[in-house]
Design a protein around this ligand. Structure first.
Ligand code: TRP
Ligand code: SF4
Length: 328
């Protein structure tokens, strides 16, 4: 039996944070079983950064360095930049002809995002932004991928991708598999202040942080506010440090909770231990990233080779799609 084919992507936001690690671990596992295509979705970034696109290239390189450092392997997977493979744009156009406006306006994130940006004083009611899920569909279908690992927030987009694929197959002839979402269990890591982790809140920990950054960020984490002295009984349920221990020190979690509740451990020691645990996880990524950055041009080479492989396959799909459309 031939391997299933995966496509997934991330918008290039620059250096990744520790919350992305579980996503990359998941991709790393999938490389063993599937033929994988992973892209930096720079055209998707453009839907909201059209007025400030300058950083997108740099952000892509930083993000790809993190992917490679975390174990995404160019020998196994095709790693590339969306805008380097023009067939994404071409298929997007063909698909846009058969996508009813109503389908797009109904996507829940559409109105939410417009509202969010509007409150920030920015108008993103562009033609391109409305087509965000059509472009995602093109990303997937241009490789005729059957499986798409995504987070829960992307499920409505995947549903739409299936509908568009079905409609194309029905109107012309069967070209595209209907792509299935593959939900990974991604534990939700809060930022150090307890809010959603995000670079814009400055509450994130880099996936390749050095020991100083780790210590500083862990020290700044919000703990049980009712605990004044270290002998006070604490409530781990309201503590960000504990939340992190639940992911990075899982096997000792009960003991930590007990020590906290009994006032046997102080927050300073508890944080110190977490910093150590985090460093164990981050250190190999940090070291591989440093090696990667020491090879001038390496990331660009990977992306060049990736786009070459991707284009070859994407071009075949475009030919199939056009044949179905014009010749029958
Ligand atoms: N929209 C996705 C996100 O914000 C990124 C993305 C772009 C993607 N193209 C894709 C994900 C194709 C899966 C498949 O996370
Ligand atoms: Fe949080 Fe640890 Fe302090 Fe308890 S002891 S409040 S778990 S940092």
């Amino acid at each position: 039996m031939s391997k299933g084919r995966i496509l997934s992507g991330m918008r290039p936001t620059g250096k990744l944070h520790i919350g992305h690690k579980s996503v990359l671990d998941n991709w790393k596992e999938l490389q063993k079983e599937y033929e994988c295509f992973f892209c930096s979705a720079d055209l998707h970034a453009l839907t909201t950064s059209f007025d400030n696109p300058g950083g997108i290239r740099t952000n892509t390189r930083e993000m790809i360095a993190d992917w490679l450092a975390a174990g995404i392997d160019p020998e196994k997977s095709v790693i590339f930049v969306q805008s380097d493979v023009h067939q994404h744009a071409e298929l997007h156009l063909l698909l846009s002809m058969i996508t009813p406006l109503g389908w797009l306006e109904r996507v829940p994130s559409y109105k939410e995002k417009i509202q969010y940006h509007h409150e920030e004083g920015k108008d993103i009611m562009n033609y391109g932004f409305l087509g965000y899920p059509v472009l995602m569909t093109a990303d997937i279908l241009v490789y005729r991928a059957d499986t798409v690992p995504v987070g829960e927030d992307q499920l409505p987009h995947l549903e739409l991708s299936r509908e568009i694929a079905r409609r194309y197959n029905h109107l012309y002839s069967t070209v595209f598999p209907e792509p299935q979402a593959k939900l990974a269990e991604v534990p939700l890591l809060p930022g150090i202040d307890g809010r959603k982790m995000s670079k814009s809140y400055n509450n994130d920990i880099s996936i390749s942080a050095d020991t100083e950054e780790i210590a500083a960020k862990v020290n700044a984490m919000v703990t049980d506010p009712n605990r004044i002295r270290k002998t006070d009984p604490g409530n781990p349920e309201v503590c960000v440090v504990y939340k992190y221990h639940s992911i990075f020190t899982a096997e000792e979690l009960e003991a930590i909770a007990e020590d906290c509740r009994q006032g046997n451990i102080g927050c300073v020691a508890c944080k110190k231990y977490l910093a150590q645990r985090l460093n164990n996880v981050i250190k190999p990524i940090r070291e591989r990233r440093a090696e990667i950055m020491n090879k001038p041009g390496y990331v660009d080479e990977v992306l060049y080779e990736g786009s070459r492989k991707a284009s070859e396959i994407a071009q075949k799909t475009i030919e199939m799609a056009k044949n179905a459309l014009f010749n029958e």
